[in-house]
Design a protein around this ligand. Structure first.
Ligand SMILES: *Cc1c(COP(=O)(O)O)cnc(C)c1O
Length: 358
């Protein structure tokens, strides 16, 4: 294949290599340790739906039953929800719908890579505002940047992946008020934050798009169900370029079963994760040469003296965590919090390894 067959915007892209995972404790992707099919009622509900699902029919293009269930869950109207093949599809749809080549995407750094990648594919320009010390976002600089450039699309990940920081709703509202164009708030981890969603203010902002997912707190990462929430006109616009049958029937059935028992699933999955996160942070906070950044999510970012050595020590203990190449995340590891047992095992390994550098 000739390199110039590729569209110009992607010729310098490196292939996305997923390293082979040999460890048994895999806590590198913020997955839940809980399987919805282990809840007997959810499994029964799913199987009952499956029994009534003919394989030969195309799925409902807008997953009407599911969008109604998700709307009820977040507290908006069904026509204010668009369901996608993971939150990743919603991000991609947003960029496809609103960015022309040369347009500007504004976000902060470090954050989720996908926003910038999708924008670059489209030939848009990505501007990032770096965090202050301690991975606290530079709120004033970000707000000022919106006013200065009026980017076509602004993205704020809240709480942020990979730093875990949650910003309050009044700040999010200040961004929405400052922007003439769209502001995307990625709330993939909101269920772990114990804070209200900006969806509560949806009726006031025609430029707001919220990204949510069932991959994290609900433990449906394998089913690929995410959704966007915005006023109807924006949702209709996102539907313009969507693949017609973007969400398969099996995923719709699984997501519907999860929504039927949303309260039970969250009550089961979230409090133990938060308790395990707190204990993990408390233990590591006492280790002199580790820096633990406060998190409102199901993961914790930790700065260690020697990143590769710590990754190796965890690997020796059969644990796979997320590390980074980016300069602003040097020697940082992102630890997904699953159960308390696992978190305490990880903490013990990290404490022992950090002591070697003392
Ligand atoms: C996990 C995640 C998503 C969405 O993931 P999907 O599995 O595609 O739903 C979106 N944003 C952030 C920041 C995430 O970490």
């Amino acid at each position: 294949m000739k390199n110039n067959w590729l569209r110009k915007t992607i010729r310098s892209f490196e292939p996305y290599v997923v390293p082979e995972i040999r460890e048994h404790t895999v806590i590198n992707a913020n997955e839940s340790p809980y399987n919805i099919f282990d809840f007997p009622k959810v499994k029964e509900d799913f199987l009952a739906r499956l029994a009534k699902t003919p394989s030969y029919h195309y799925p409902d293009p807008f997953a009407e039953e599911l969008r109604a269930a998700l709307a009820k869950y977040v507290g908006c109207k069904a026509d204010e929800v668009l369901v996608g093949n993971g939150g990743d599809e919603i991000i991609s749809l947003i960029m496809n719908t609103f960015l022309d080549p040369g347009d500007t995407l504004l976000t902060h750094t470090p954050t989720f890579d996908i926003y910038g990648i999708d924008a670059e594919v489209l030939g848009a320009k990505v501007i990032t505002v770096p965090d202050l010390d301690g991975y606290r976002r530079d709120r004033d600089a970000f707000l000022a940047k919106i006013k200065e450039v009026q980017p076509k699309v602004t993205v704020l990940c809240n709480p942020n992946n990979p730093t875990g920081e949650l910003l309050p709703l009044d700040y999010v509202e200040a961004l929405l008020k400052a922007a003439d164009n769209l502001v995307v708030i990625d709330e993939a981890y909101l269920e772990f934050a114990g804070a209200p969603s900006i969806i509560t203010k949806l009726s006031e902002y025609d430029n707001l798009i919220v990204i949510r997912t069932l991959s994290k707190a609900f433990g449906l990462a394998g089913c690929r169900v995410g959704y966007g929430v915005a006023q109807k006109e924006v949702i209709d616009a996102l539907g313009l370029t969507k693949l017609v049958y973007n969400l398969n029937i099996l995923s719709q059935d699984a997501a519907l079963a999860a929504m039927d028992y949303a309260d039970e699933i969250l009550a089961h999955n979230v409090p133990p994760t938060i308790a395990a996160r707190q204990r993990f942070c408390e233990v590591l906070a006492e280790v002199p040469n580790l820096t633990v950044y406060p998190s409102a999510t199901n993961f914790v970012l930790v700065r260690v003296p020697d990143g590769p050595a710590m990754v190796e020590a965890l690997h020796q203990a059969d644990i796979c965590v997320r590390s980074y190449k980016a300069a602003d995340l040097k020697n940082c590891l992102r630890i997904t919090i699953t159960t308390d047992d696992v978190a305490q095992k990880v903490a013990a390994v990290m404490k022992e390894e950090a002591a070697k550098d003392a």
